[in-house]
Design a protein. Sequence first.
Lengths: 712, 190
Amino acid sequence: MQRSKAQIEQGHIWTFPGGIHPPQRKTLSNASAIARPPLPPQLVLLVRQHIGQAGDIQVQVGDQVLKGQPLTASGASRGLPLHAPTSGLVTAIEERPSAHPSALPELAVMITPDGEERWIERQPLRNYQQLDAASLIDLIQQAGIAGLGGAGFPTAQKLAPQKPLDYLIINGVECEPYITADDRLMREYAADIVAGIEILQHITHIERVLIGIEDNKPEAIMAMREACQNKPQLSVREVPTKYPSGGEKQLIQLLTGRQVPSRGLPIDIGLLVQNVGTAFAVKRAIIDGEPLLERVVTLTGEALQRPGNVWALLGTPVKHLLHYAEYQPQSNGKIIMGGPMMGFTLPTDAVPIVKISNCVLAPTTQELPDSGAEMPCIRCGACADVCPASLLPQQLQWLAKAKDYDALDEHNLFDCIECGACAYVCPSDIPLVHYYRQAKAEIRQVAREKAKAEIARERFEARQARLEREKEERLARHRKASAARQAAQADTGNDGDNAKANTGEPSAAVKAALARAKAKKQAQQAGAENEVDVKTDSDEKQTATTKTDDKSAAVAAAIARAKAKKAKPDGSPDNSEMARLREQRKAEARQRKAEREQQAEQQQAAKTTTHDEAPQQASDDKRQAAVQAAIARAKAKKQAAQAQTDVAKNDAASNPTNSDESADSNPASTDKPATDDDRKQAAIKAAIARAKAKKQAAQSSTTQQPQDDNDS
Amino acid sequence: MSVLTAIIVIGVLALVFGIVLGFAAVRFHVESDPIVDQIDAILPQTQCGQCGYPGCRPYAEAIANGDDINKCPPGGEATIKQLADLMGVEAKPLDAAHGEEDVKRVAVIREDECIGCTKCIQACPVDAILGAARHMHTVIEHECTGCDLCVEPCPVDCIDMVPVETRPETWQWNLKQVAESHGIPVKMVE
C-alpha cells in the first residue's frame, strides 16, 4: 500500500485489461463554446431523475413558479428535490414518456416559461468553510444534485459516510466517442470546477485530489493545470485515450492501480470519485446558491447542421434541442440519448433532458449503420480480449440465453459495466450487452418476485393462524355453552319421561316447517311484485323474476319436506329431547325472521309506492336505485349460475331426485341448445335490467338537480 | 493373553470413538432444511388453489408425498423446472387441467359498485382486501397475489383482474426490438 501510494504521488499511470479504440468523432462538437439555446415553449420535468425514490410534488396545476423554486421535496421518500429551471406557470402534472430506453410514461411537471427568468431569493455562501460538513451536505441535497456522470446517484448520499479516504478522484475522462460536454466545461469553467473540488474536499476532509483527463483533450488539460497552479494538493493526471477509461472502476485502476472489489464501492478501497460536472454543480449550489437547473449537453452527429455543446435546462424536450441544432431528418430517424456505446435510441423525440443526459446524438445512416442480423458465435474470443472487467462475455452470453441465473452470478455478471466493448468487436454482430442487460433485469425481477412471495407466504400463514385461533375460540365458547345447558337440564328435566314427549313432536316440527315455507313464499311473492313494480313493465322481465321466485319457493318447500322427514323419530331416544328443543327454537327464530323480512318488504313497497308521488325524496330514491341496481346485478349473476347448474343437472339426469327438481323448476330446459338459449336470454335480461337501473339512477339524479337549483 | 489384550484395546477404542461421535452428533447437529420448506420456497405463494390444494404449503406437502409437480399455473415452466431439479424427476409440461400460465394480474375493485358484503375479504388468502360490512372495500395492490379467489364470491361482479402495469424498473429489454435498430447502437464505421 505504501509503495503504491508513493507511485501514485509520482504520477504513475497504471493500465486496465481490455479496452477498445473506436473513432473519436469529438471534433464535430468541441470547436465552439457552450451556447445557450432559446427557452423551449414547454418544459417537461420528470419527477424521478436519479436512482432511488422520487420526491413528493409540492406544486399544483396553475401555480406560478419562480426560477429555482423546488417542485418536489425529499420528504419521507428521501428523494432528491427538483427545481423549476425557469420562472413560469405549472400547466399540468401528468405522465410523460421518460428518458429511459422503454420511454414508459412517468409522472412529470409541465412548466410553460414566462421568459422573465425571475429567481427565488438565492443565498450565496462565499465563506462555506465556516459551515460543517453535515450542513453543506444538506445544502447539496437541497440543491438536488445527482452524479452528472451517468448513473445519477444522489451526490449527498455519496458524500455522507464520513470515513477517512485517501484520494478524491475527479473524473474528466469522457472516453465515449462524440461526447465533449465535460471537455468544454473544463475548458471554459476550470476555475469554478476547482472551487467545487475544494468544497468537496472541505466536506470529506480528503487531502489529495487526482483529476483524470484523457490525453485527447489537451486544451482541457491545460485549462485545468492552470486553475490548479497554486494548489499542490490537486494534481491533473493525463491518461491515455482508450475506451472505457472513463468508467469509475477503470479510472480508479488507471490512477491508483487499485481494484474495486466485486459488488463493492470505491469507498471500500479508500477512494471517492466525482464527475467534473458534479463538482461544477456543487460550486454553483454552495457559492452561488443556485440549485441544479441545467447541464451541458452535447448535440452532435452528422445529421445536425449546427452541432455543439449547449446549456440545456432540465426538462427541455429533445425535439427543441434538435430544432435548435438544425436537425436534418434521416431515413432511419435514429436519435440517441447518450453516446454511441452506452446510450440508447429514443423511441420518441418528446423525451426531455434529465440530470444524467449528457449527449443527444443524431447520426446519419452512413455514419452509424444499423447492426446486421445476429449470427452464430464463432468462439473467436475477441470479446474476452477487450472486456475491461476481465469477464468472459462469450460464456455469459451462452448462460444468458439459457437463462441460467445461478451460473451467471458465478461468472460475475453483475461486475459487467455494460460498456459495449464486447459487442463493438464481435464479428458476428451479437448484441451481447442486450443479453446481459436482459439477464440482469430478469435476475432483479426474480429477486423482487421472491421477496413478494415471501411476504405473501407470511401473510397467508398469519391468516391461517388467525382463522385457526378464531375457530378454537368459537369451539371453546360452544363447549362452555353446552356444558352450561347440560348442567341446567340436569337440574330441571330429570324425570326420564322422554319417550312420551317424543311421540307428539314430529307433527309439531312439520307444522312449523309448513308455516315457515308459507311465510317465505308469501314474502317472496310480495318482494317479486314490488320489484316488478319498480323496475320494469315488460312482461318478459316479470315472468323471469316470478319464475325464479317460484323456483326458490319450490326449493324452500323441498328443504322443509326434507327437514320434516329427517325430524321423524329414528329410534335414538337419548338426544331427541335436545333435538326437539333445538328444532323448536330454530323454527321460532325462522318465523321471526320471516316476519321481519315481510315487514321490511312491506316497508319497502310502501316506500316505492311513494317514490312516484314524492319527488322531495330524490336523494333517497337515488340511493335506492343504486341498491336496486346492485340487487339486479346479483340476481343476474345468480340466474346465470343457475342456468349453468341446470345444464349440469340435465347432463347428469341419471339421479332421479335431481332431475325431478330441475323438471319442476325449469320445465323448458330439457335439451342442451335450449338451455344455452336460456342462458343467453338470461344474460340479456340481466343486462337490460342493469341498464334500466342505471337509467333510473341517472333520472333520479337529474330530477334532484333541478330541485337543488330551485332550492338555491 | 494377547487375544484378551487386543479385545480390551479394541473395545476401549470403540467405546471412546462411540462417545466422541455421539457427542459430535448432538453438539454439531445441523438442522437440515426439510423438503417441504424447500418446495414451498420455490412455489410462487399466490395461494390461488389452482393446484387443487388450499394454498401453496399444502401443495408443497403433496409434492413431497409424491404428487405431480406440474399443477401450478402461476409458477409456470420456471417453477416446474426448479421443482424437477429439486425432486430429481423429469420436468413435464404444465397440466392444462389446472389452468394456463398467464400474465401477472392484480385484483381491482370497482369501488362505486361495491356493496360492502365482505365476501371477497373472507375469500382473500393473504388478507389483501380492506373494508368493513356495508362499507366500500379496496385491494392493497402490492399485497395482492392475483389468485382470482375474490372474483367468484362477489355477488355484484365488481372485481376486475387487471394485468400488472410495466414500470421502468420492471421493464425488460426486448431482443426482437433490438433487431429493429432500437437499443444500444454500437456499430460505427471509420
